[in-house]
Design a protein around this ligand. Structure first.
Ligand SMILES: C[S@@+](CC[C@H](N)C(=O)[O-])C[C@H]1O[C@@H](n2cnc3c(N)ncnc32)[C@H](O)[C@@H]1O
Length: 325
């Protein structure tokens, strides 16, 4: 429901920058299309993934092409061109300007009222932490329950939930697996919020918090697995390689890294639930939704092996797992 907000503006932006004309004339890879349209390649890849999910473009052999519907109704030279109608929504839908800016600059909009998430500064006020915790708790309850029911958690004795937010994942995993001990790691202000949720769940005996800046401080050790939900999607590939390395160094041999994320298809051409989420990440964070091959490259660069993904239920999430040899 919330992702539907992106459906029209991703198309009006493509109409404005000329995506349908270019891809109606010649199939092209992302880099060539970015050069032709004079837009940012990474952002264009994210926009194209959403357009593909809307059946306006398709990807074959690494090249994007306009679908028959887009060639008939969205190519500016077509008799049935709809640009005259769509034009109006460039002005009436505020996400049009934001998505256009992401495409041109590759960065989130400067005038974006929310700016970047406060956590990028490594500190936040208690009020902001409370707001983010409530926001994330609502968002993550269903996928947390989906993840918690996965068999692999029954075999773990300890887990660290890194970038835990309200702690919803760690708490649901602890509830579903009575043997497991969980450490919730986040910035200290967020840990104070997570602690309230732990108390409410009656789990203070098995779930503890660790106020740690995951980029700047040493990580607690002694856990058999590290779990990250909706954390890698906040950051660039480069930053994620650093995070994966930090995790690798703090895990014992045989330890697991687990990522709960909504995955893009391997070719980046949808599905809608991941592609629209990726537009939200593009507008609001430094990240995007990744595919399994992209996660494999990130995790293997840190030394992890046996990278796999399983759909978990509770929404559109998958659990990506890998092992430290
Ligand atoms: C998108 S939220 C995910 C929360 C939770 N895992 C979930 O899925 O509901 C990202 C979390 O990463 C945390 N975070 C960001 N930067 C951090 C840092 N430098 N150290 C520790 N945690 C950080 C944020 O405070 C926030 O709680």
């Amino acid at each position: 429901m919330w992702e539907s907000q992106f459906r029209l503006p991703v198309a009006t932006v493509a109409d404005e920058v000329g995506t349908f004309r270019a891809l109606g004339n010649t199939p092209m890879n992302t880099a060539d299309l970015a050069a032709e349209l004079k837009v940012d390649e990474r952002a264009l890849g994210i926009h194209l993934g959403a357009l593909a999910a809307c059946d306006l473009v398709e990807k074959r052999d690494g090249k994007w092409a306009a679908t028959p519907a887009a060639r008939t109704w969205l190519h500016p030279d077509a008799v049935g061109y709809w640009g005259g109608f769509l034009f109006r929504f460039r002005e009436t839908n505020p996400l049009h300007a934001q998505l256009l800016e992401t495409l041109k600059t590759g960065k989130r909009p400067v005038g974006n009222v929310s700016g970047g998430p406060e956590w990028e500064r490594g500190t936040m006020s208690q009020e902001v932490a409370e707001r983010i915790a409530i926001f994330m708790h609502a968002h993550s309850m269903a996928p947390a329950r989906g993840a918690a029911s996965q068999q692999l958690f029954a075999e773990l004795d300890s887990l660290m939930d890194v970038g835990c937010g309200s702690g919803v994942y760690g708490i649901e995993i602890a509830k579903a697996n009575p043997r497991i001990k969980v450490t919730l790691l986040d910035l200290k202000e967020m840990c104070a919020e997570a602690h309230k949720f732990v108390e409410e769940a009656g789990l203070t005996g098995r779930v503890s918090t660790a106020g740690v800046n995951m980029f700047e401080q040493e990580w607690p050790t002694g856990h058999s697995a590290h779990f990250f939900a909706n954390v890698f999607h906040d950051w660039s590939e480069e930053t994620n390689r650093l995070l994966a390395k930090k995790s690798f160094d703090a895990l014992p041999s045989g330890g697991k890294i687990l990522l709960s994320e909504v995955l893009m298809d391997d070719d980046g051409a949808g599905p809608w639930q991941a592609a629209a989420f990726s537009l939200m990440m593009l507008v609001g964070t430094l990240g995007k939704q990744y595919s399994l091959p992209e996660f494999r490259a990130i995790l293997e660069s840190a030394g992890f092996t046996n990278v796999q993904a399983t759909r978990t239920g509770g929404g559109y999430y998958s659990l990506v797992s890998a092992v430290k040899p």
